[in-house]
Design a protein around this ligand. Structure first.
Ligand code: GDP
Ligand code: MG
Length: 319
């Protein structure tokens, strides 16, 4: 197969959309909150598969990304969003804009906060954006596994006050350790209306495979390089060729400066080798087969300032 036939692969054409049983519920649920509170981790846990990348570095999720959960009661399409924060440059502005769009275009909103610390100004900012929302909001207190015992009560109280002010239900859980996610799920389902299947029940994301491949490469860059590099990379998947035994992928990592290129390549190519080999292992799980991955690094000055560049790199630039 050539890369063209790979592009035209349409997962929807391979499975069918069943008729829902009586009382079946469905809807879109936006996951919003400050960066780093665990939104992507939560979506992956709920969907049961890694569809969004996560990392200890803030701001890893760029596009709105959908994860689909289907059981015999309901189908929920989760919309993961970039963290909401004060924007500093063009990319930042687009991230916040996309998150705000996500708030308006869903059937319910799950507002995730970091339960290991008390409510702060960042959370208040998000709450103020959600307050006028016409759809149900659920306040999700994540990272309960990390609550310091002596402060737990005060922390809970700070979020309970926020929930009471707005009339939002409060649900506590740990996305990372998959604790109390059942309660969360039931709270969400209770707030959805009866509806159809929007996607075949076996689909976990609406993203094209190529996009996920790029995200898996970006994830390794986040994990292995210093602060300045991660926010300046864009991955283009240049070619995907599948044959009976192996999938060959050529990808280019775009950075803004020569210094970043140097860091990415590393001493005698050692960094790029590490990133490539670990990303390759992740992609092998995605395609369920052998992968050969070749990575190139290219400097494109100031790509984050350019809307057309952002679109070239696959970012949804919403108006
Ligand atoms: P996002 O920016 O809101 O999407 O946050 P991520 O999902 O990328 O998670 C940020 C960091 O928080 C990662 O290091 C996660 O492993 C960590 N994290 C997420 N959920 C939990 C949790 O329930 N408990 C703990 N201890 N860590 C978590
Ligand atoms: Mg995220």
């Amino acid at each position: 197969m050539t890369s063209d036939s790979f592009d035209s692969f349409d997962p929807l054409s391979f499975s069918t959309i069943p008729t829902p049983p009586e009382g079946f519920k469905s809807g879109f649920v936006g996951i919003v909150g400050r960066p780093n509170v665990g939104k992507s981790t939560l979506m992956n846990a709920l969907v049961g598969q890694k569809v969004a990348i996560t990392s200890p570095t803030a701001q890893t999720t760029r596009n709105r990304l959908r994860g689909i959960l289907s059981n015999d009661q309901a189908q929920i399409i989760f919309v993961d969003t970039p963290g909401i924060h004060k924007p500093h440059h063009e990319l930042g502005k687009i991230l916040v804009k996309n998150a705000r769009m996500a708030i308006d275009a869903v059937d319910a909103t799950l507002f995730v906060v970091d339960g290991s610390v008390a409510a702060g100004r960042g959370d208040e900012f998000v709450a103020s954006l959600l307050a006028p929302s016409a759809v149900p909001v659920i306040l999700g207190l994540n990272k309960i596994d990390q609550q310091p015992a002596e402060e737990a009560e005060a922390i809970d109280a700070s979020y309970q006050a926020m929930a009471d002010t707005h009339g939002w239900p409060l649900v506590k859980f740990s996305a990372l350790h998959e604790q109390q996610l059942d309660t969360l799920l039931q709270t969400l389902i209770d707030r959805l209306d009866p509806g159809p299947y929007y996607y075949p029940p076996d689909l976990v994301t609406d993203q094209p495979e190529r996009f996920i491949m790029g995200e898996l490469i970006r994830e390794q860059i986040l994990l292995h390089t210093r602060e300045e590099v991660p926010h300046s990379v864009a991955i283009a998947i240049d070619r995907v060729e599948e044959d009976a035994t192996i999938t060959r992928i050529l990808a280019t990592i775009h950075v803004e400066r020569d210094s970043q290129k140097g860091i990415l390549i590393g001493k005698r190519g050692s960094m790029l080798k590490t990133i490539g080999s670990e990303a390759r292992q992740q992609i092998q799980k995605l395609v369920m087969g052998q992968v050969y991955l070749e990575l190139f690094v290219k400097v494109v000055p100031k790509w984050r300032q350019s809307r057309s560049r952002l679109e070239d790199f696959g970012y949804r630039v919403e108006e």
